[in-house]
Design a protein around this ligand. Structure first.
Ligand SMILES: Cc1cc2nc3c(=O)[nH]c(=O)nc-3n(C[C@H](O)[C@H](O)[C@H](O)COP(=O)(O)OP(=O)(O)OC[C@H]3O[C@@H](n4cnc5c(N)ncnc54)[C@H](O)[C@@H]3O)c2cc1C
Length: 284
């Protein structure tokens, strides 16, 4: 694509920033991405359902991939409380991982234009251009600035200071289990299927995703589970979002940091309500 001579500054180097970056480059823009984290982001991703617009965006941007972009599930199962199958529904879907999408785009986006350890702190208009100001004192000028800096966006705070995200009413617990480590009966039920178990105020689901190093080889992939639990915002959520060091988190707790009392409460709850195959999957 011939260069338009236009230059975009993208704040945030996760999925949103990379998608924006590869799409703008595909129409001839020069793009620099600025990510506050000094480390590669690819170590803690779980599962993501691969939606058609991702494939379309990859196609338009010329992102190439040798293997399929994920694991194909042919059907959905809904379970009864005893673990038997209540309903089967044919539904072909590709399930992928956050890591695979992130890594595919990182490989496609020029490394010299992806800048890590760059925390945006302010933005100034500069005539027809925009200036990004970073915590390390550096400044960058561009024709367009895109805020792809996530739920606590600095860009949004600068332009729409009164906008705040709202609690949706539920918390999602999630985890990964290596394919080879799951009990065989549960593994046979879950493999290459999207499986759900619904019960009052909650549901849990699982699907298989690529494993370490984006592996799609049977036996080397991972079971990805997500357990949605409704909590009252005023009386329950603050306790759930306080990590094991007593720090109140905004909206997510990193792996290994859930408070022991909350973890124990989830074990008791799991033993009380989960259908058997899901008990094998979640660490209870
Ligand atoms: C490491 C990681 C793993 C994730 N794994 C999953 C997953 O497995 N499944 C899932 O469904 N969702 C996952 N998410 C959550 C998130 O919902 C998805 O990435 C989603 O697609 C949203 O992408 P996003 O780019 O809009 O925002 P985010 O993924 O939240 O990315 C925002 C980025 O902006 C950066 N940033 C924030 N403020 C600044 C600033 N002032 N200056 C510069 N950079 C800034 C952040 O460091 C971050 O990298 C993950 C997020 C991260 C960061």
């Amino acid at each position: 694509m011939k260069s338009t001579g236009n230059h975009a500054i993208v704040i945030g180097g996760s999925l949103g920033g990379l998608f924006t970056g590869i799409m703008l480059r595909s129409i001839g823009w020069e793009v620099d991405i600025y990510e506050r984290s000094a480390h590669t982001l690819d170590s803690r991703g779980g599962g993501i359902v691969l939606q058609p617009d991702v494939i379309e965006a990859f196609g338009r941007a010329g992102v190439t991939y040798e293997a399929p972009l994920g694991v194909v599930a042919q059907e959905r199962y809904y379970l009864n409380p005893d673990g038997s199958i209540a309903q089967r529904m044919p539904m072909r879907q590709t399930l992928t991982s956050w890591n695979l999408l992130y890594s595919s785009m990182r490989r496609h986006f020029p490394a010299e234009h992806y800048h890590q350890g760059k925390l945006l702190t302010n933005i100034q208009h500069n005539g027809e251009q925009v200036m990004a100001i970073f915590a390390d004192g550096t400044r960058q000028i561009g024709d367009l600035l895109i805020g792809a800096d996530g739920p606590n966006s600095t860009v949004r705070q600068l332009f729409v200071p009164d906008a705040h995200y709202q609690y949706a009413g539920y918390v999602a617990y999630r985890g990964l289990v290596n394919e080879a480590e799951l009990e065989p009966d549960a593994a046979a039920l879950f493999t290459e299927r999207f499986v759900f178990y619904q019960f009052p105020n909650s549901h849990i689901l699982q699907y298989v995703i690529p494993g370490e190093n984006e592996s799609l080889v049977p036996g080397k992939r991972r079971f990805n589970w997500v357990w949605y639990v409704n909590y009252d915002q005023a009386t329950e959520l603050p306790r759930i979002l306080t990590d094991k060091e007593g720090r109140r988190r905004d909206y997510a707790i990193p792996p290994g940091m859930i408070a022991p009392a909350v973890e124990e409460e989830m074990r008791v709850y799991a033993n009380r309500v989960l259908a058997p195959p899901f008990l094998d999957l979640s660490p209870v």
